[in-house]
Write a protein that binds this ligand. Sequence first.
Ligand code: KG4
Length: 337
Amino acid sequence: MIILGIESSCDDTSAAIIKDGILLSNVTASQAVHEAYGGVVPELASRAHQQNIVPVVDHALKKAGVTQEELSAIAFTRGPGLMGSLLVGVSFAKGLAASLNIPMIEVNHLQGHVLAHFVREEGDEHTAPPFPFLCLLVSGGNSQIILVRSYKDMEIIGKTIDDAAGEAIDKCSKVMGMGYPGGPIIDRLARNGNPKAFEFARPQIAGYDYSFSGLKTSFLYNLREWVAEDPDFIERHKEDLAASLEYTIVDILMKKLRKAAKDLKIKHVALAGGVSANTGLRQAFEDHARRYGWTVYIPKFGYTTDNAAMIAMVGCFKYQEKEFCTMDKPAYSRVDI
Ligand code: KG4
């Protein structure tokens, strides 16, 4: 079984090959073009995908030492994501699958993030979480607690009612005049700051749902006042601001996750999505493992952001069940897991 995975939902063009459950290649072309705009510009993203898709797939095949003719199936991200970006990957997958006369497998991008924990490389010692487990999926577009009963039975038990955690971090970083994406910048600054230096608004939301827009607004309003009094405030306090912001977001995320794990009596807890690269969040997971007896699953850095390895992984699960799709499946920009 040799699966080609294709991912193009946002601003990363990625292709990966998994052969008999082992990842042979995972090639990603990122798009620096968006940096100047402080966010992803959809039209520029789809144009860059068009330029990248052929060389990226070609590179992934060559790196894996596999020819097109040896492929068993093509798994592709059908959504959710940016429509123009998705269309490039979806159309390419359809064209290649038709020309090779092999099946296509549609993949939900969010399901891919959750199942990234099952990607194995040669000689990999890591163990995948046993079902059922809880997954905290935190990215630029999502903040969700997912109850994962099997590879195809996933239930979102909590989600953000407004901004995603990554979106809030990126916006706060932007108002501080830092670069884009803000996540890695805030992470770096936070390492040298005091997490208790400043306090920001915390949401009071029932159940397992999240909200980050109030925190973002409180960060902005406080900052405006402080800068009005002292124009050099940000420069002099950027480490403490970053550390306090990170601490507040991680605390909000972990509180609801703790409640879900306790209520559902689940001790296997995984982390996924772009924000899972965050040092403070990773430390909080390790800390919860010690304090609450959780077994935690933290993805390798390469699988935190968008990548095709996770798409090919879902492809492997679905291939075994012969869950193929037909040519007429359009891309979708919005959908739950
Ligand atoms: O999953 P992802 O790559 O794609 C989108 O959903 O767009 O997540 C990207 C998000 C961005 O908001 C980025 O700032 C955030 O993940 N991020 C981080 C870190 N690295 C990336 N947030 C906090 N700390 C990091 N080290």
